[in-house]
Design a binder for this molecule. Structure first.
Ligand SMILES: Cc1cc2nc3c(=O)[nH]c(=O)nc-3n(C[C@H](O)[C@H](O)[C@H](O)COP(=O)(O)OP(=O)(O)OC[C@H]3O[C@@H](n4cnc5c(N)ncnc54)[C@H](O)[C@@H]3O)c2cc1C
Length: 380
């Protein structure tokens, strides 16, 4: 047990990282102050209902997926009910038709204009087009070894270049290896056994997480150095390089510009359509197709187009940490420096310089909070 019960904690960032730590500590009698520079809670999972009764995820579509027995899911389920939803994505082909992504049996049939009678035949074909000899060391090689050059050039290489602003060969293998390749007709985007959306949206879920007598929230409040002096410990979901005045250089991020349009054409073949060609957009989302976007009325449907860009084009909007050998080395220097700050812990996507899905984000930060409660050195 802590002797310093009721000491004050500062959390910078009301995203999932900060909100998870905030809730766990509040339930353990800490007085938690959460600040966020934005005018809303929930960070990048923030969603809202627009005038058309569509639920819009302000920072791009967020799909929750995990194991059924995930501790993070159990935790989040205290704050929301779920609507079952298995996400589907289709890629737009040059002929104007769409095909399933991740690649499955139908995708191979559509692209190569062939018919496979069963999974065995599909697998044999895939084996014949992929580069089996190659042991991949980067994202480009991963593509070639798993699906071969034709499919890599069609679905992955141009998309990866515009998404990351880098050649796939310069990206860590972990970036490319997130998508499965299937030989059956499963057209779900994720394999996970639990896939759902919060019944009343992510913002309400986070609002419920933060609804605790020991939590105070100040929005429209930016962190400044020295703020932490009045607190026993501070958890910062801010860019770690910025905190140290970019001493070892800037950590690279990719940003995204979201462009909303009202459209009145046919419904998309899936809520998300990927543009895998050289056009500037990576995907478009038709919001009323998600099952927790109830009561949509109106002729025009809101569609959001995503255009990846550099941080110079969209300052302050850090979305995807760009993982390369160099950036990982730079990050490790900042981590070493941060260990000298015993009353500060860097958290979240920008504090940890790591792309983290929602469930891992909750899991990691539940763990950090528990270690803190046990008095374990959380810098390890
Ligand atoms: C485009 C996109 C799509 C995604 N899609 C999915 C998906 O489909 N499924 C999935 O599981 N995950 C998805 N994710 C990941 C998900 O968004 C993250 O898991 C989650 O946002 C992590 O929360 P966080 O608290 O680390 O960061 P954030 O949500 O970014 O929260 C950080 C908060 O800190 C605040 N802040 C930063 N600096 C300061 C400062 N100096 N002062 C005050 N406040 C500050 C920010 O305003 C922000 O609100 C996606 C991420 C992105 C970028």
């Amino acid at each position: 047990m802590f002797k310093f019960d009721r000491k004050k904690i500062l959390i910078v960032g009301a995203g999932l990282a900060g909100s998870t730590i905030g809730r766990v500590l509040a339930e353990n009698n800490f007085k938690v102050m959460i600040i966020d520079k934005r005018n809303h809670i929930a960070g990048n999972v923030f969603d809202f209902i627009n005038n058309n009764n569509e639920r819009i995820h302000k920072y791009g579509p967020h799909l929750l997926h995990c194991r059924k027995n995930s501790e993070a899911l159990k935790f989040l389920s205290r704050f929301t009910k779920w609507v079952k939803y298995e996400h589907k994505v289709r890629a737009l082909l040059q002929n104007g038709k769409t095909t399933p992504l991740p690649i499955n049996k139908s995708t191979l049939e559509d692209v190569f204009n062939r018919f496979f009678k069963d999974e065995n035949e599909t697998r044999e074909f895939l084996e014949s087009i992929r580069n089996k000899e190659l042991i991949p060391t980067n994202t480009d090689e991963f593509f070639e070894s798993s699906v071969g050059n034709t499919l890599s050039d069609l679905f992955f290489r141009p998309y990866t270049r515009k998404m990351w602003g880098l050649e796939p060969k310069d990206l860590n293998i972990s970036v490319g290896s997130r998508l499965p390749v299937r030989t059956n007709n499963d057209d779900r985007y994720f394999n996970d056994e639990f896939q759902a959306l919060p019944e009343k949206g992510y913002s309400e879920m986070v609002e419920n997480m933060l609804d605790h007598k020991n939590i105070q929230i100040n929005l429209n409040t930016s962190y400044f150095k020295g703020m932490e002096e009045n607190y026993y410990h501070s958890f910062l979901s801010i860019p770690i390089d910025e905190f140290f005045n970019f001493k070892f250089g800037k950590l690279p991020y990719r940003s995204i510009i979201f462009e909303e349009k009202l459209e009145n054409g046919f419904d998309f073949d899936a809520p998300v359509i990927n543009f895998t060609d050289n056009s500037p957009f990576t995907r478009k989302t038709q919001w009323n197709l998600f099952p927790n976007s109830y009561n949509f009325e109106g002729k025009f449907k809101t569609v959001t187009y995503e255009r990846p860009c550099s941080m110079q084009v969209n300052p302050g909007e850090y979305y995807y940490p760009v993982q390369t050998k160099e950036s990982n080395i730079t990050y490790s220097k900042y981590v070493k420096l941060s260990k000298q700050e015993s009353s500060l812990t860097f958290i979240g996507r920008t504090g940890l310089f790591k792309y983290i899905d929602m469930i891992p984000a909750v899991e990691i930060h539940m763990r950090i909070a528990k270690k803190f409660l046990q008095g374990i050195d959380i810098s390890k």
